[in-house]
Design a protein around this ligand. Structure first.
Ligand code: PEP
Ligand code: MN
Length: 338
């Protein structure tokens, strides 16, 4: 349920409504839009029926949200979410954000080398896994905290932001200390305890779509983050499981317009995991920009043959550089920058 306020509603009236909502055991979420302020009410909506909220001073109307996801819906927030990373980098704005780096953090040298190359090519985030969700327990599991330190060091040396995966609710505090954006991986999209813990940090978060999850399920997982008061959320389409075996996954390019229609949250495409092969990454990155994606995440490695994970889908730095140049006119054609 959302409470739409009158344009001239005063802060006192807003506080009064929030207090009443809390008294009923529900949680109010105030969203100040350009044209109007609305209060989202989270919890068992039946409780609200006992108070005729529409009669409260400052209230214009009370609207039932039909979608299963509430705070993530366009009904709750019609205008797109744009959030600042604190250093002037805006996610969801005119400029498409690019996150690039190796699949796994392997050592500091390689990370600094790659960070310099992706920064020079125009990336704003350094990606890299320190805690890796591997299918086999015998595969490289990541460097853990040491990897987080390397990420921070390489990003600070090059002026990039860090995005890295957190897999375990017990490690949210540790990973938060070193990163600018927390990543929830595809395999953890429905780890609801992790979502709650990450939501409570209020740190910018990248939520990846599960391997076999619907867009509705993705948005309900985002709702977990939003309902904890974390609105700095970006969604990521990274390919889903289909009957096709020519590529590692099938990128659901439909997800870009569908997500943008259903929600105000920015959406990003990961063509590396989406295809599994570096030779296809460029085509899908271009399609993503043309379709209106707000960001791209790509794996880059300067020695893919020796990469500890996902070498097959990693671009060489020079190929990444070339792709970034090729993306510019496409971004421009759809009114964006990269
Ligand atoms: C990653 O981006 O490092 C990753 C493991 O991706 P996904 O969760 O999409 O498989
Ligand atoms: Mn990977």
């Amino acid at each position: 349920m959302i409470i739409v306020l009158k344009t001239n509603a005063t802060p006192e009236q807003i506080n009064h409504i929030c207090d009443k909502v809390k008294e009923l055991g529900l949680t109010p979420q105030v969203s100040k839009g350009v044209e109007r302020t609305i209060i989202g009410v989270i919890g068992e909506e039946d409780k609200l029926r006992v108070k005729p909220l529409s009669t409260f001073p400052g209230v214009d109307s009370v609207v039932q949200i039909q979608r299963p996801f509430k705070l993530a819906s366009r009904e709750f927030k019609p205008e797109p979410t744009i959030f600042d990373m604190g250093n002037g980098v805006k996610v969801g704005g005119k400029k498409i954000v690019v996150m690039a780096g190796p699949c796994s953090v392997e050592n500091l040298d390689m990370l600094v080398r790659i960070a310099k190359r992706v920064k020079a090519a125009g990336a704003t985030f350094l990606r890299g896994g320190a805690f890796k969700p591997r299918t086999s327990p015998y595969s490289f599991q990541g460097l853990g905290e040491e990897g987080l330190k390397y990420l921070r060091e390489a990003a600070d040396q090059t002026g990039l932001l860090v995005v890295t995966e957190v897999m375990d609710p017990r490690q949210v505090e540790l990973v938060s200390r070193y990163t600018d954006m927390l990543q929830i991986g595809a395999r953890n999209m429905q780890n609801f305890d992790l979502l709650k813990e990450v939501g409570a940090t209020k740190k910018p978060t990248l939520l990846k779509r599960g391997l076999s999850s619907t867009i509705k399920e993705l948005l309900l997982s985002a709702e977990y983050l939003l309902s904890k008061g974390n609105f700095k959320v970006m969604l990521c389409e990274r390919g889903i499981r289909t009957f096709e075996t020519a590529t590692r996954n099938t990128i659901d390019i439909n997800a870009v317009p569908v997500v943008k229609n259903e929600t105000h949250l920015p959406v990003l495409i990961d063509p590396s995991h989406g295809t599994g092969k570096w030779a296809y990454v460029g085509s899908i990155a271009k399609a993503a920009v043309a379709a209106g994606a707000d960001g791209l995440m790509m794996e880059v490695h300067d020695n893919p043959e020796e990469a500890k994970s996902d070498g097959d889908q990693s671009l060489l730095p020079e190929r990444f550089d070339q792709l970034m140049k090729e993306l510019k006119p496409i971004a421009q054609a759809v009114g964006r920058e990269i």
